[in-house]
Design a protein around this ligand. Structure first.
Ligand code: SAH
Ligand code: SF4
Length: 405
């Protein structure tokens, strides 16, 4: 029988990555094994292609069995792989021990000699199953919230990405917390996972190669600046004006635009690191002249980096991506305000921005009635927001997990 302990706040089997090195050393000692076994275990977990205890051959059969009785080698019961973009992107649909499903996406890019950068491979990890924030353009938001992931469940997404890359003779260069969930609403597990990823004995990944993306949890941005200052911050802004941002990011009702920008500026001053702002471009909603002008004046002089990402169409919204010409105009307007701007194209569609969609598909579609109802509400609320009216209530997801179906 596997040990059942608290992981991420509920009773689930403990997995290897839920332990830090001291905890692992204590367990190894309890099992009567020598301390050098700790290094063998961690090398097996982080630097081999083993997928189970029996694959870590340095340990010998007896210790493999004892460890297997104590904790799981991987947090996942099932790993489903889907390749896209001619093999540049791998989507992983991962089933956790309680049946919850999350997604991780691995993106590979070639060397860029003009920038002097070598080949890159980035994994986009999930921090929660579902998400409680409920942004209406996001497939994960539509699922509603299931639960927080444990530190081990987050790290194991990175372990699996590294294993895939190892078979291709490539290195993982970057980790982004931009998959399912709001990382700063699961901040303790996210920080513990960062500690595992950056620990030389475990992940050994440089702090500066890790980015946490948030929809604007101000208290979390403040903790990030104080407690993990080397980590890069990305803020999902989407709108510079409160009425529209209330609709696009319901958390804006708690922490409005000014509070988010001020927290990001303090983060940048305290850490000496540039903030990245993400703006998902939605046709006729946040790409109108007033909005781009408001965005340019809000960020002018901040030295920030802005990523403009065409919205990936999701079933439950009436919205579409902005026209490419309009995105280009806005990019130039922002550049004229002194900002560095990147327009994401296919990558956004196929990978990071589409994160959550595979899991949402697997969870089953909300009922057509719920979708139709939600579309009506979104049309009415966006019309009101465009006229500057702040709506009282966020629009609830239509399901299948969160819903008003
Ligand atoms: N919850 C965090 C991190 C996960 S979402 C956050 O919101 O920042 C990661 C990014 O994907 C966010 O910038 C989000 O706005 C974007 N995104 C979500 N759904 C999208 C869609 N349908 N099209 C394009 N980008 C999307
Ligand atoms: Fe949650 Fe981010 Fe999706 Fe908003 S965009 S619902 S915060 S995962």
């Amino acid at each position: 029988m596997k040990t059942t302990e608290m992981t991420g706040g509920s009773q689930r089997p403990l997995s290897l990555s839920d332990l830090n090195v001291n905890q692992l050393a204590a367990r190894v000692n309890d099992l009567g094994a020598e301390s050098y076994r700790v290094t063998q275990i961690l090398d097996g977990a982080w630097r081999s292609v083993a997928t189970s205890w029996s694959g870590v051959t340095t340990l010998g059969k007896l210790l493999q069995e004892r460890l297997a009785n104590e904790f799981r080698f991987s947090a996942f019961d099932e790993v489903e792989r889907q390749e896209a973009e001619d093999g540049a992107t791998t989507k992983l649909l991962l089933t956790l021990s309680d049946g919850a499903k999350v997604e991780a996406v691995l993106m590979r890019s070639p060397a860029d000699p003009r920038r002097g950068s070598g080949p890159r491979a980035t994994v986009c990890v999930s921090s929660q199953a579902g998400c409680a924030v409920g942004c209406p353009f996001c497939a994960t938001g539509e699922l509603g919230f299931t639960r927080n992931l444990s530190a081990g469940e987050i790290q194991d997404q990175v372990r699996i990405a590294r294993q895939i890359l190892r078979t291709e003779d490539r290195e993982l260069t970057n980790v982004v917390y931009m998959g399912m969930g709001e990382p700063l609403q699961n901040i303790d597990a996210v920080f513990a996972s960062i500690d595992g990823l950056t620990d030389p004995a475990r992940g050994g990944i440089g702090q500066r190669r890790i980015t946490v993306s948030t929809s604007g949890v101000v208290s979390g941005i403040e903790r990030l600046a104080k407690q993990r200052p080397q980590i890069t911050l990305a803020v999902s802004l989407h709108a510079a004006r409160n009425p529209l941002r209330d609709l696009l990011v319901p958390l804006n009702r708690k922490w409005p635009v000014e509070a988010v920008i001020s927290a990001a500026d303090s983060h940048s001053r305290a850490t000496g690191r540039r903030t990245t702002y993400e703006v998902t471009m939605i046709d006729g909603i946040n790409d109108r002249a007033e909005d781009s002008a408001a965005l340019a004046s809000l960020l002018r002089g901040s030295g920030a980096h802005v990523n403009l990402i065409p919205m990936n169409a999701v079933a439950h919204t009436p919205w579409q991506e902005s026209k490419p010409e309009r995105i280009e105009q806005i990019a130039n307007q922002l550049r004229a305000a002194g900002l560095t701007v990147t327009v994401r194209r296919n990558r956004g569609r196929e990978a990071g921005a589409a994160c959550g969609q595979l899991a949402a598909e697997k969870a089953g579609a909300p009922t057509p009635i719920a979708v139709a109802r939600r579309r009506e509400l979104l049309v009415a609320a966006s019309a009101a927001a465009l006229q500057g009216q702040r709506t009282a209530q966020p629009i609830a997801p239509s399901g299948p997990l969160g819903g008003e179906a």
